[in-house]
Ligand binder design. Structure first.
Ligand SMILES: [Zn+2]
Length: 116
């Protein structure tokens, strides 16, 4: 399952960056472009399965942000929103120069607030 390996990658990245502080993470936000082939529901399911198997993360939350596809038009030098996979600029010129939509990254990490 493709999403489970993505979730494992996310946790590998988190442990590499935060080491022991990973236990203090309350919530992570992942941004996925519409072209990245990531289904928010499937990645949420994979995440839930992962934290169920790894009890130290069981209170962690996941939020998935989906980015629209944006392409650049050489004809009018503008960026435009690609809707319904229609790679045509409002000026009429087709363009497949993607400037946003392929990405998949951890966009935010929120740590638990320790009340002292
Ligand atoms: Zn254009």
């Amino acid at each position: 399952m493709h999403e489970l390996s993505i979730v494992k990658d996310i946790f590998d990245t988190l442990s590499a960056h935060y080491a022991t502080k990973i236990d203090d993470i309350q919530k992570i936000q992942v941004t996925a472009g519409l072209l990245s082939n990531v289904q928010p529901v499937l990645i949420q399911n994979a995440f839930d399965a992962f934290i169920a198997d790894n009890r130290q993360y069981r209170d962690m939350e996941l939020e998935v942000i989906v980015n629209d596809i944006i392409a650049h038009c050489d004809h009018c030098q503008k960026d435009f929103n690609v809707q319904y996979h229609r790679f045509v600029c409002p000026c009429g010129q087709p363009s497949t120069q993607i400037v946003q939509g392929n990405e998949l990254f951890i966009s935010k990490v929120i740590f638990k607030q320790h009340v002292s």
